[in-house]
Design a protein around this ligand. Structure first.
Ligand code: PLP
Length: 376
């Protein structure tokens, strides 16, 4: 079901000088989403939000100013962006292999006061990380990546997983940092069904933690949850839990439509213009798949708050053709706002974003970590 949008949330006094296609961040909505995320978590200290959605230093600083000190990321560039923004407790939730091992060590050497944690689920890269950390005279925390049922990365709880976690404790240069229990498979629209599935994931993780503790291991944290599941993990009373939603900060039409229980608003919206009217009821927009993510299925990549009946017919690199009964109301050159179905890969397509507050463009922010490499 297409969500209803409050048009006053997306008011912009003058779009005539704004480039299209471009991404616009509505600052008040970002702040409201972060505040709502803290409310759902119960306290900022329970959060470890994932920055992959926004990749921006400016957004990270808004979260830091609200007391969110622990942050999560997926790339070395995102980790460097977080460190430069002032974060001192970073969890790079990725299994490091190849030259990324040396890059993680270089990041710690550049920021000696940083607590850096990474994931692992295999012995050989863990040994390589240990050797590199030892040689670099740094310590990296390692969270065991637990496969919660998603089947993407991670190891299933069991004897081999206990052994690997003990190996983290026995190697120099690395230390036991806890468990990574991401459950991206839990996307049930029904809150009841999602709650049941998330609680089952938690049972798996908590009993594995108990097994590790019984074996004499330290398990200081369990990083769990994305946007759909973090409210359910937040209801579990366990001080080890760190909640790691990401999308929530900018939110998007995909999550908005799939999870009506989540009270967040899309805060990143695309500005596009009509470049042609190629037939009756047709508008062609400058919103190709180099400006909005094309990982949602074709025909389902954006929503137009002003044109809820629009059907996406054709999506090329620089063109999106839509069909709407209201095409006759629009002229070539007119601007439209479009809400991405999937914001995370959409923000990564833009080098910078306009920032609107109280209807006026007040700033331009870099999407710093859209590049794979910053300085390291
Ligand atoms: C490992 C990990 N943690 C957290 C998240 C955040 O999830 P969401 O985008 O649902 O907020 C993601 C999303 O891809 C992820 O891969």
């Amino acid at each position: 079901m297409t969500a209803k949008y409050i048009m006053s949330d997306y008011a912009i006094a003058d779009t005539s000088n704004l480039l299209s296609p471009s991404l616009i961040i509505f600052r008040e909505l970002v702040e409201q989403n972060i505040d709502q995320m803290i409310r759902v978590a119960g306290d900022a200290s329970r959060l470890r939000p994932h920055c992959k959605t926004h990749k921006m230093e400016a957004v990270t600083k808004i979260a830091l100013a609200r007391g969110i000190t622990k942050h999560k990321c997926a790339t070395i560039a995102e980790a460097e962006m977080l460190a430069t923004a002032g974060v001192r407790n970073i969890f790079l939730a990725y299994n490091l292999v190849g030259p990324n091992i040396a890059r993680a060590v270089a990041l710690l050497k550049k920021h000696p006061d940083l607590m850096l944690a990474v994931t692992s689920d295999a012995t050989q890269p863990l040994q390589a990380l240990s050797a590199a950390a030892l040689a670099g005279n740094v310590t990296v925390e390692v969270l065991l990546d637990v496969d919660s049922g998603m089947g993407r990365t991670g190891i299933k709880p069991g004897d081999a997983a206990v052994k690997l976690y003990q190996t983290i404790g026995s190697l120099p240069g690395v230390m036991q940092g806890g468990l990574h229990l991401y459950d991206g498979q839990n996307h049930q629209s029904s809150l009841g069904e999602r709650t049941e599935a998330v609680n089952a994931v938690w049972q798996l993780g908590a009993s594995f933690r108990d097994e590790l503790v019984a074996a004499g291991c330290e398990v200081p944290r369990i990083v769990a949850g994305g946007t759909p599941s973090f409210p359910i993990f937040a209801d579990i009373d366990d001080s080890a839990i760190e909640l790691s939603p990401g999308t929530v900060v900018l939110h998007d039409a995909g999550y908005g439509e799939s999870y009506p229980d989540l009270k967040f608003k899309p805060a990143a919206v695309l500005l596009t213009r009509i470049v042609s009217k190629p037939g009756e009821n047709r508008l062609c927009l400058d919103l190709g798949n180099k400006a909005v993510a094309s990982d949602p299925a074709a025909g389902n990549r954006v929503r137009f708050p002003d044109l809820p009946d629009a059907r996406e017919l054709m999506h090329n690199e620089e063109h999106l053709v839509i069909e709407t009964d209201r095409a006759c109301d629009f002229e070539v050159g007119d601007a439209l706002l479009a809400i991405p179905i999937h914001v995370c890969p959409t923000s990564a397509l833009h080098a910078d974003v306009y920032v609107v507050r109280q209807g006026e463009v007040e700033d331009i922010w870099d999407v710093t970590a859209r590049n794979r490499k910053l300085t390291i």
